[in-house]
Design a protein around this ligand. Structure first.
Ligand code: LLP
Length: 428
């Protein structure tokens, strides 16, 4: 796909109607800039695509992609629910106004204390293992307590090995072949199992594995309904909907995708007599991925054995290129339409050779003082940031119709030291 760029009156990159170079003058670099309208548009596009084919439809936004309070408020206003994976994500979602019954807690390797927190919060629990089920039975009075299970349907997909969450190498979920027995066990323990869930991986642009997972999960649900006497209130196919990061990748055709998935879903509901449960999906990246840029300033242009453009952000700020070898498209914010003239490396400021945002990337002539804009930095960007190299984490700005708001202050060096304790004996 060709990335559409918004251009300001001055010929610079514009984000949500605001000139990127002016945003930088006001807030500095490195900086995440989130376009509110894009988040809303993405949410509405996916919601409408599915709900027009099946009206009892719910999105659980996978907030691990971006847990900024403002992003969560926006999605709460849009009517989203939440896929939460930790007490922190539950807490943050409750704080931003989500109804606990619209929060599905899908932990893995969950501690008893974490389950207690989830129960006290009143959120729904999606159970990942038999161990968790048995421990839950000791924590809560199971009689009538509603739960669901995450199933590994032996189908997996994703943009990188680390992001495939179905199949025999995956640590997630209940084995497909064990599913009926586990639902029976849940009922024997007194629980009311009302839901079934899967999530096969992340960054999926090919609809085929997702469709296969839907078919498989529905067959499993049919089996459970028949043999364990379960009546499903909801069926959740997880997230994973991909976005194009490279200009060569095509966009996921959400209209066709939604129609195919809902057709399969309805066909299987009828085949197994499953009634009319709520259909759920859990997109994270699709909703926030392309809604944010990471802006960084070029401070060094260095001709070594290769040519490096050095910027004031690193993999502490955006980990995906270093962790998964992910491509993130880069434009020069103060000359977004300039032609590429050479292939260069864009390097961060972390003391590791793997700290590169791009290798051999065709880019225009870049000078010190230029601002680079790293695209598709809305998902798994700030949320995976660290303080490595004792660098404070960056600020975040929200833009709507040309107006900017600071939604997270830049940390200070004191914040990096926060919570450390120097024992008195070392002060001698
Ligand atoms: N539901 C569950 C249970 C998940 O574990 C995930 C993602 C999602 C939904 C949302 O997936 P999405 O729609 O965003 O693909 N850090 C990686 C992605 C890890 C995803 C983990 N789970 C990356 O930067 O690509």
């Amino acid at each position: 796909m060709v990335f559409d760029l918004e251009i300001s009156e001055k010929g610079n990159l514009s984000i949500g109607g605001a000139d990127a170079t002016e945003i930088v003058q006001e807030y500095g670099t490195p900086l995440y800039v989130i376009d509110e309208n894009k988040v809303r548009e993405n949410y509405r596009r996916v919601y409408e695509a599915f709900s027009k084919h099946y009206d009892d439809f719910q999105i659980f936004y996978a907030c691990k992609a971006n847990t900024n309070l403002s992003v969560l408020r926006i999605l709460e206003q849009e009517g989203s629910g939440i896929d939460a994976v930790s007490p922190g994500e539950i807490y943050t979602s409750l704080l931003t106004g989500f109804d606990p019954q619209r929060i599905l807690y899908t932990g893995n390797n969950v501690k008893d204390e974490e389950m207690e927190f989830a129960i006290e919060s009143g959120v729904r629990l999606n159970v990942d293992s038999v161990s968790q089920l048995k421990r839950l039975a000791k924590i809560v009075h199971p009689k009538g307590f509603k739960i669901s299970f995450r199933i590994n349907p032996m189908v997996g997909a994703g943009h990188h090995e680390h992001c495939i969450t179905g199949g025999e190498m995956s640590k997630f979920g209940i084995m497909e072949k064990e599913a009926v027995e586990v639902y029976k066990l849940a009922k024997e323990l007194g629980f009311d199992p009302v839901g079934i869930h899967t999530h096969i991986g992340s960054g999926i642009l090919d609809p085929e594995p997702f469709k296969l997972a839907v078919t498989t999960l529905m067959d499993i649900a049919g089996d459970i309904a028949k043999n364990a006497g379960v009546k499903f209130e909801f069926i959740d196919f997880g997230g994973g909907l991909g976005i194009p990061y490279t200009p060569e990748e095509d966009i996921l055709d959400i209209e066709t995708f939604a129609k195919e998935i809902t057709d399969l879903f309805k066909e299987k509901l009828a085949q197994y007599n499953l009634g009319k449960p709520t259909m759920c999906i859990e997109p994270g990246r699709y909703i926030v991925g392309d809604a944010s840029y990471l802006l960084a300033k070029v401070n060094t242009v260095k001709q070594s054995y290769r040519k490096f453009v050095g910027v004031d952000a690193g993999f502490n700020t955006l980990l995906r290129p270093a962790m998964y070898g992910s491509y993130h498209h880069i434009v020069v914010a103060n000359k977004p339409q300039a032609e590429a003239v050479e292939e260069i490396d864009v390097a961060g400021n972390v003391c590791e050779s793997g700290d590169l945002f791009a290798r051999d990337r065709p880019l225009p002539e870049i000078e010190e003082g230029d601002i680079i804009a790293i695209m598709n930095a809305g998902a798994y960007a700030f949320s995976m940031a660290s303080q490595y190299n004792s660098r404070p984490r960056t600020a975040e700005v929200l833009v709507k119709d040309g107006e900017t708001d600071l939604i997270r202050e830049k940390e200070s060096i004191a914040d990096v030291l926060n919570k450390q304790i120097l024992p008195a004996r070392l002060l001698k």
